[in-house]
Design a protein around this ligand. Structure first.
Ligand SMILES: Nc1ncnc2c1ncn2[C@@H]1O[C@H](COP(=O)(O)OP(=O)(O)OP(=O)(O)O)[C@@H](O)[C@H]1O
Length: 815
């Protein structure tokens, strides 16, 4: 399913946004504004033509310059508040208002700028005229731009917060692990010393059997923190059996002793991999997975052969507990719930309760039989792992843990173990992570992303691996298609004779060939990586990858594995499927092109870099206006707190200059604007050249808008759907049509209406650019949008649940 988990639609009817509204409630000013807007749309709908603002507003000059006096009329105020429309619709370009940006930046472009390929069709989208607006005019301006540029000391050394400990006294043996295991960690896994959380957890879990809640930041080595004590105890159990009878030891047929539950298949596979590496030091112990995505028959066969440690997703384990006789859980003495908060978020609470009930029942039955293995602990130890201690994790703790010990290793802790920040706030970004935010107007988003990536990959070696987080699968597909296409007007790389003489094809070349087939229909989800023509400089290739929950499981696994192994420059475009727990080696940069739906997700996303003490960078794209308020959240997630020393700021102009003007000094200080405009036009032409691409662009755009409405309530003040300028945003999806005229097959229409049938009003929908009065309580349209957003969020949750139960993208994230 490419609609990415959201069922409702923001389609706005052609008749306009205010369809015979009742002018009740609100202030007299709201009512008058609404009435005037309704008259405008009524005139339009009845063919009386658009209201000529220049003739009704004496304050407008012919060139569209406004001169609003102190005593403004309501309409004048409205005109002063909204970004003036200067779009070219079909005919000749006629500016109607002064652009909000500085005059030097004003670079109108007309159809004559758009050079079409010979014979290329540039069809106007059905049901609407093409709008070719300038990239650099009428953009909202930043509300937080500092008057003077603040220079950050980007290279100032920062003590990593998740690195292995450096004291010579902190060794794995000093924590209670056997010399054999410690030697294996050192020699085979190249792990010299434990991290802080490993030190705290291993000491505790090896010495006693109490339940535990492990809480630590991303990339701090939580996986080994819970796996090492389990492996150590199983090695001890084996040694104990051997002592009793020389030929006896734990082996695969001895029974299942430990279960690790993880929320996603990818994470389960990753845990299994770490386990396999560990168990090379105890080859008689066998681990395996049951996670779905493969035939149940083969999973049953694996269980029948016997496993000592099982990594599973909750849904699949419940299924096997109910239907696989060979699965005997009576000896299970260690249960781990990894990524506890995500397990709850994905609605696995019931499954976990079933698993716990089943384990208790079978353990009791076995005890009654008196047939326990000698040396096996009488009590089961349950370990809950999570980066946050939210309410839902607490609830999971209540159902799964008994008298649990809270294990936490946070460098911000005082000597007495207390922390000034509230429990929920203890989840912080790694200290060594260098963060920045980019303030980019909606129209400039696409070209800015391309420029940002181009700059990142310009010199081989500086940045090798990048993850770009995007809110929904359709948008991932759309951006992947652009990055891997050969856009007209982009310099082509000279052929590399060395590569051509090679007998075997490079994977990137193979994928490029497959890509050619894909270009005719970008909705085909068979190609997940290919050379990025757009991002590859002349000197080297950059490979682009895509990952989201609508891809087949096997494809997701192989894509991740390929990205992880790739030592050449590469970029992964992904939904939040890649945000949790995944340990992809050497990710240098994380770009949050679309901000996360919740603060915790944001921290998990940026935590894919700067892992285990390594350096990393993260940049989040914010739009001018209320989104800029999110910087406060970014600051609160850092150890350097309010000072925000390591949160840099970049503006779109800067990004475009650095990314597009790579050949040193240029006399024209606005040359980057021409370049950016050329790129934007090339992408728009690319989209127009094929109906499938155009449909993919519309789908991406609509899914993006719907996803935007699903930010958590506490953060909707930063990501306010009513402030989203749909018309400008459409440009970032290469669309030249009005949002209201867009029809996408397969997406439900009419959901943008409130219960009384009046369509919801959204900023810049092309029908009314005036944002709501700001008083949601008195504005019926604001309430309608709110209601709509609430419906969407509900639909997303329902869809996630449905997908899981239908076994489609089950145990997997939204994407
Ligand atoms: N003691 C250590 N020394 C060096 N590297 C380590 C050590 N322990 C773990 N690592 C490495 O650190 C990385 C992160 O480990 P892990 O995935 O367990 O982190 P995590 O805390 O679970 O992160 P997340 O919360 O993002 O899931 C892995 O690549 C792992 O190999």
């Amino acid at each position: 399913m490419a609609d990415d988990g959201m069922l409702l639609n923001f389609s706005i009817p052609d008749a306009g946004i205010l369809n015979k509204p009742k002018f009740k409630g609100g202030t007299w000013r709201d009512r008058l504004t609404a009435k005037k807007a309704a008259e405008h749309w009524h005139n339009k709908a009845t063919g009386q033509g658009p209201v000529d603002k220049t003739s009704t507003n004496p304050n407008r000059t012919e060139l569209g310059q406004r001169n609003v006096p102190a005593s403004k009329s309501v309409e004048q105020e409205e005109a002063a508040e909204r970004p003036a429309k200067r779009a070219r619709v079909g005919g000749a370009f006629k500016p109607t208002a002064k652009p909000s940006t500085d005059a030097a930046n004003f670079r109108p472009h007309t159809d004559s700028n758009i050079t079409k390929k010979p014979g290329q069709r540039s069809e106007a989208p059905k049901g609407g005229k093409q709008i070719v607006s300038s990239l650099f005019s009428y953009n909202p301006t930043s509300t937080t731009k500092p008057s003077t540029k603040i220079v950050f000391d980007d290279d100032a050394p920062v003590e990593p917060s998740n690195a292995p400990l450096s004291s010579e006294l902190d060794t794995f043996t000093s924590l209670g692990l056997s010399p054999a295991l410690a030697t294996h960690l050192l020699n085979k896994m190249e792990l010299k010393a434990p991290t802080a959380i490993q030190k705290a957890a291993i000491i505790q879990l090896v010495k006693d059997n109490s339940d535990a809640f492990i809480q630590a930041e991303t990339g701090s080595g939580k996986t080994l923190a819970y796996l090492l004590p389990i492996v150590q105890k199983l090695m001890d159990l084996s040694a104990n059996m051997k002592k009793r009878k020389a030929e006896e030891m734990v082996q695969r047929a001895s029974g299942l002793f430990a279960i690790v539950l993880a929320p996603t298949r990818e994470l389960s596979k990753q845990i299994e991999l770490v386990l396999e590496n560990l168990l090379r030091s105890a080859h008689w112990l066998v681990a395996g997975t049951v996670i779905g995505g493969e035939k149940k028959k083969s999973e049953k066969a694996r269980l029948r052969k016997g496993l000592n440690i099982l990594v599973a997703t909750p849904g699949r384990l419940v299924d096997h507990l109910e239907h696989t006789e060979a699965l005997d859980v009576s000896n299970v003495r260690w249960l781990v719930l990894d990524e506890g908060d995500r397990l709850v978020e994905l609605g696995f609470e019931q499954d976990i309760q079933k698993i716990l009930g089943n384990l208790n029942l079978r353990m009791r039955a076995k005890k009654d039989d008196n047939a326990s293995i000698p040396g096996l602990p009488a009590k089961r130890q349950t370990i809950l792992c999570s980066a946050t201690m939210k309410m839902d994790v607490e609830r999971l703790g209540q159902i799964s843990l008994k008298d649990a010990i809270h294990i936490r290793a946070d460098p911000t802790e005082n000597d007495d173990g207390t922390n000034e920040k509230a429990d929920d706030q203890v989840f912080l970004a790694p200290a060594q992570l260098k963060q920045s935010y980019a303030v980019v107007a909606p129209k400039l988003r696409l070209v800015s992303l391309m420029s940002f990536l181009k700059r990142s990959f310009f010199r081989k070696g500086a940045i090798m691996k990048v993850i770009v987080f995007i809110s929904c699968a359709d948008s991932v597909d759309f951006h992947f298609d652009i990055l891997t296409s050969e856009l007209e007007g982009f310099e082509k790389k000279d052929a590399d004779p060395h590569q051509e003489s090679k007998g075997s094809e490079e994977p990137a070349q193979k994928a490029t060939k497959a890509m050619a087939a894909l270009q005719s229909d970008p909705t085909k989800l068979t190609v997940t990586y290919a050379k990025s023509h757009v991002l590859s400089p002349k000197t080297h290739d950059v490979t682009a990858y895509r990952l989201h929950g609508s891809l087949q499981q096997s494809l997701r696994t192989s894509t991740l594995a390929h990205f992880a192994k790739n030592n050449e420059p590469s970029v992964l475009l992904a939904t939040d499927v890649a945000s949790r727990g995944l340990d992809l080696p050497n990710v240098d940069l994380v770009i949050e092109f679309d901000p996360a739906f919740a603060r915790e997700d944001h921290l998990h996303r940026i935590g894919r870099t700067a892992r285990a003490g390594r350096d990393g960078r993260a940049c989040i794209f914010l739009m001018p206006g209320c989104e800029e308020g999110y910087v406060e959240i970014l600051k609160s997630d850092r150890r350097d707190g309010e000072t925000g020393v390591h949160i840099g700021r970049q503006d779109a102009d800067e990004i475009l200059k650095k990314g597009l003007i790579t050949s040193g000094v240029t006399k024209d200080k606005n040359a980057y604007m021409d370049k950016a405009t050329d790129i934007q036009l090339a992408v728009e032409r690319w989209a127009l050249a094929s109906p499938a691409r155009l449909e993919s662009a519309r789908r991406a755009y609509q899914s993006h808008v719907r996803a935007y409405a699903t930010h958590v309530a506490a953060e909707r003040c930063y990501f306010d759907i009513k402030e989203l300028h749909l018309g400008h945003l459409a440009k970032a999806f290469a669309l030249r049509e009005r949002p209201s005229g867009m029809k996408v097959p397969g997406l439900r229409t009419g959901a943008g209406r409130n219960t009384k049938g009046a369509p919801a009003k959204i900023k810049g929908s092309g029908d009314n650019k005036k944002p709501s009065s700001g008083n949601a309580a008195t504005d019926p349209d604001s309430n309608a949008v709110e209601e709509e957003a609430a419906k969407m969020r509900k639909a997303v949750r329902a869809r996630e649940k449905f997908m899981r139960h239908a076994g489609m993208a089950d145990e997997f994230n939204l994407g």
